[in-house]
Ligand binder design. Structure first.
Ligand code: ADP
Ligand code: MG
Length: 301
């Protein structure tokens, strides 16, 4: 599976919600689309799901236009709409029939899905009695009904209380193993928990496409802390003479080391410590927290 978003722009009357946005997503990835409210996340996800048409640009799945590949995509809207008087089973049957699935298929797949999303035993309960987390899990079951190869989830955990949030995060952890995921959130810690790759969107434009480790590395101060069982004077001398080591500071049992390029030098330094039998207790990179990086990128603080 390969999803290509090519130069997508979506304008509502005078408002450009998504502006010349491109990205590629491949099988097995779980990508977090992060941005503040109004950034264009829901619009972009609806364009990718072929719910609305882009003003310019195109979406390709395995090289074919998305309108011809809708079966490959599952979509969980930001605000799923259920009929409160239907049971969970009736809801999935209704949704399945709407998307053209056959009765025999549904009879087989609905109990499997309800079990996957932890709603076995609730099949005959009315959706109106469900908690936020249960509704969201039912929404995920609906998005998985036709066994898509890519699932798009718009803010799947943002509106949930801590318990519902945990239920849905655990479920996404499981789905991740078999389905490629693109999800949006305005809460960075949620993205951090679910995804390794992030795409940051602001005012409809892509401003970052990066991995958690790259983001941390590129925003680090190139400083590391080696906490050791005992200070090894010999190694300190070796350290000070390494050409990529810029500064060494000792604080109790901690050695604070500044290097030229944390991404390149981190492993070299760790290997060097091992070679010199340094008794390492803890290793830490000093960097901005993700929250701080995000604020800098998005708000310019
Ligand atoms: P997000 O999901 O990141 O909060 P949206 O995609 O919902 O962002 O919205 C992006 C921008 O487009 C916002 O400024 C929003 O007000 C505007 N917008 C969204 N939907 C519509 C619409 N149907 N008509 C006009 N403007 C819209
Ligand atoms: Mg939204």
């Amino acid at each position: 599976m390969k999803l290509e978003v090519k130069n997508v722009t979506k304008t509502y009357k005078t408002k450009t919600a998504v502006n010349n946005f491109s990205m590629v997503l491949e099988t097995g990835e779980c990508v977090g689309l992060i941005g503040p409210n109004g950034a264009g996340k829901s619009t972009l996800i609806k364009v990718i799901s072929d719910i609305i048409n882009p003003t310019r640009g195109e979406i390709l799945l395995d090289g074919k236009k998305i309108s011809k590949m809708k079966k490959e995509i599952g979509y969980l809207p930001q605000y799923p709409n259920f009929y409160h008087w239907m049971t969970a089973y009736e809801t999935l049957t209704f949704m399945g029939e709407l998307s053209g699935l056959k009765q025999e298929e549904l009879t087989k797949s609905i109990p499997e899905l309800l079990s996957k999303v932890g709603l076995s035993g609730e099949e005959n309960s009315k959706v109106g009695t469900f908690s936020g987390g249960m509704k969201q899990r039912l929404g995920i079951a609906q998005a998985l009904l036709h066994k898509p190869s890519l699932i798009l989830m718009d803010e799947p955990v943002s509106a949930l209380d801590p318990i519902g949030r945990r239920e849905v995060l655990n479920l996404i952890e499981e789905i991740k193993r078999e389905t490629t995921i693109l999800l949006s959130t305005h809460i960075l810690s949620d993205a951090e928990e679910m995804c390794e790759r992030f795409i940051i969107i602001k005012d409809g434009q892509k401003i970052e496409d990066t991995t958690l480790s790259d983001l941390l590395n590129s925003n680090s101060e190139n400083k590391m802390i080696f906490e050791v069982a005992a200070i090894n004077q010999q190694w300190l001398e070796v350290l000070k003479n390494l050409n990529y080591v810029k500064n060494v500071e000792i604080i109790g049992n901690k050695i604070k080391i500044q290097v030229g390029n944390i991404g390149l030098n981190k492993n070299m330094l760790l290997r060097n410590a091992l070679d010199h039998h340094v008794d390492l207790v803890k290793f830490e990179i000093i960097s901005d927290t993700l929250e701080e990086i995000f604020l800098k990128l998005v708000v310019g603080k």
